[in-house]
Design a binder for this molecule. Structure first.
Ligand code: C5P
Length: 237
């Protein structure tokens, strides 16, 4: 039976451990995985990750490592020691960097899911051109996703729009983690291209990452449960 709680990730984009804990408590058992990104991690350090892990939550550490292979491998090792379940690296760091990260993760925790970030959704074709990459964003996403997966990543981060294309080109045997999700009929914040939880799962996302719709809700628990219902619609339809 599909259990959407396994596939909902709540982004803790706040600046203090206290604020993060408040959200986790309010969400209760509606989500099992929490994303710690560069804001919270920079403000509070590894302790916030350790505390979440000790409390039985899974942590998706989204620090998007991108450096020389030995540096990334060492950082991946530290993250794995913290007990995180999911971790991001930039696929643009290249095959050698990805392989080094994969080996480091495997050494410490073979169950850790290493995810490749392809092209940030804030970039368009003109932006790519200015950094020397000719062609379309979609082609670069596919190229980098292919590199990430053949180098040993367990999945990629991709928008719902990209998810459908990645599934049709690269198959179903990898994870797709999709941000930019908004419950139907809600404020879109600064996310320009958004999809509903139902649409994201239907497009091929394995996990959806939801931040502000849950963290800014009057009752994050109610909002999270409504999102779970919308995820269920995609599989029961
Ligand atoms: O608040 P919101 O639901 O927009 O949060 C989405 C999360 O996913 C944020 O942590 C953001 O950094 C991340 N993200 C994103 N778009 C991407 C990649 C990551 O919104 N393309």
């Amino acid at each position: 039976m599909y259990d959407p709680r396994q596939n909902l990730i709540v982004a803790l984009d706040v600046s203090s451990a206290a604020a993060a804990q408040k959200i986790v408590a309010a969400v209760g058992d509606s989500a099992l995985t929490y994303k710690v990104g560069m804001r919270l991690y920079t403000a509070e350090g590894p302790r916030v990750v350790r505390d979440l892990v000790v409390s039985g939550r899974r942590v998706f550490l989204d620090l998007k490592y991108h450096d020389i292979p030995s540096t990334v491998a060492a950082a991946v090792r530290e993250a794995a020691e913290l007990g995180v379940s999911m971790l991001t690296i930039h696929a643009a760091g290249g095959g050698k960097m990805i392989l080094a990260a994969v080996e480091a993760a495997r050494d410490v925790n073979p169950a850790l899911k290493l995810l490749g970030v392809t092209v940030l959704t804030s970039l368009d074709d003109q932006d790519l051109d200015k950094i020397g990459i000719r062609g379309h964003v979609a082609d670069q996403v596919l190229r980098l996703a292919g590199l990430a997966l053949t180098s040993g990543c367990q999945g990629v981060v991709a928008s719902a729009r990209e998810a459908a294309e990645l599934r049709s080109e690269l198959g179903h045997r990898f994870l797709i983690v999709t941000p930019g999700v908004r419950p139907a009929g809600r404020d879109h914040g600064d996310q320009s291209r958004v999809v509903t939880p139902t649409e994201a799962i239907a497009a091929g996302a394995t996990y959806i990452v939801v931040g502000r719709p849950i963290t800014s809700a009057a009752d994050p628990g109610v909002e999270a449960r409504s999102i779970l219902e919308q995820m269920n619609l995609a599989v029961s339809a």
